[in-house]
Structures are given as structure tokens and as C-alpha cells.
Design a protein. Structure first.
Length: 128
């Protein structure tokens, strides 16, 4: 009986080990499935991140293109404004020069008239 008892205990131990191996096998299958799901999720996240990066790069490129266009427009407007300002400045210089010329002519004419009046007064004093 002793040997039979031992064989029964060994059979029970083998059955328990078989159950444990079966349970471990199921647990490994579940873990494998979870790992596969995590890898898929990780791959999806990586794809989303890459798509977002590409979208971001495209948006940044569009922003730079728009900024360059706006810069060129602003620079051309500044250049046109500078040219217009230079033309206006030249016109004002010409008008000021004309006014100065008239003022100097008036001063010269006033001086000549003053000189002539002074001569006439002196002539009238002498003639008397």
C-alpha cells in the first residue's frame, strides 16, 4: 500500500502540475494577446504622431511661404512709399527754391527802389 499511496500522490502531483502548466499556458496566451494589442496600439500611436508631424511640417512650410509673400509685399510697399516720398521731397524743394528766389528778387527790387528813392530825395534837396 505504501507504494500505491506514493503512486497516487505522484499522480495527484502530476495532475496538479498539468493543471498549473495548463493555467500557465492560458496565462501566457492572454499575456501574448495583451502584448499584441499593446504593440498594435503603439504602432497606431506612432503612425498618428508621424502624421501629425508631417501635418505640422506642412503647416510650418505654409506659414513661411505666407510670411515670405507678405514680406515681399511689405518691402515693395516700403520701396514705393520711399520713391513717392522722394518725389514729393523734390517737388517741395523746387517750390521752396522758387519761393526763395521770389523773396530774394523782392529784396533786391526793394533795395533798388529804396536806392532810387534815396537818390531822388538827394536830388530834390540839391535842386532846391
Amino acid at each position: 500500500m505504501d507504494a500505491e499511496n506514493r503512486f497516487n500522490k505522484i499522480d495527484d502531483a502530476i495532475q496538479r502540475l498539468a493543471e498549473v502548466a495548463s493555467d500557465l499556458s492560458r496565462m501566457l496566451a492572454v499575456q501574448e494577446q495583451r502584448l499584441t494589442q499593446q504593440e498594435k496600439a503603439s504602432d497606431q500611436v506612432a503612425e498618428m504622431v508621424e502624421r501629425r508631424r508631417v501635418e505640422y511640417d506642412e503647416k510650418i512650410d505654409n506659414i513661411y511661404v505666407t510670411m515670405r509673400k507678405e514680406d515681399n509685399i511689405i518691402l515693395s510697399e516700403i520701396k514705393k512709399s520711399r520713391e513717392d516720398s522722394g518725389a514729393n521731397h523734390k517737388k517741395l524743394d523746387e517750390k521752396i527754391a522758387s519761393i526763395e528766389k521770389m523773396i530774394w528778387m523782392a529784396c533786391g527790387g526793394g533795395t533798388v527802389i529804396g536806392f532810387l528813392i534815396s537818390l531822388a530825395v538827394n536830388y530834390l534837396k540839391i535842386a532846391r
